[in-house]
Design a protein around this ligand. Sequence first.
Ligand code: SF4
Length: 108
Amino acid sequence: MLKIVQVTTSCKDCPKRRYGSGGQYDCTAMDNAPLPADCVIPQWCPLPNHPGKLAAEAIAKADNTLAVTRQLRDAVASGNGSVEWTKSVLDQAVLDLEHWKNQMSAGA
Ligand code: SF4
């Protein structure tokens, strides 16, 4: 299996950019929509965002979830940890995971 990853930080470097006419470049990925003269990638660009930042956040959240799980396991094993404390730890973990899921969905 062959995979290609390309990173574009400017329309100028994108293979979807084509010369239109009169000095104007167009985006073939968007039905030849005219591109900004400064080549800054417009908000309407259909290319997905680079996953690097999201992947780093996912790893950080996984680490946090692992730490919370270990806290709960240790509390149960030692007989410590009230129901209120356990609920507050789990509530925070759920909030963190929901926030992360929303960010991943928005970035996908
Ligand atoms: S808008 Fe996006 S797809 Fe179109 S040329 Fe620019 S970077 Fe490429």
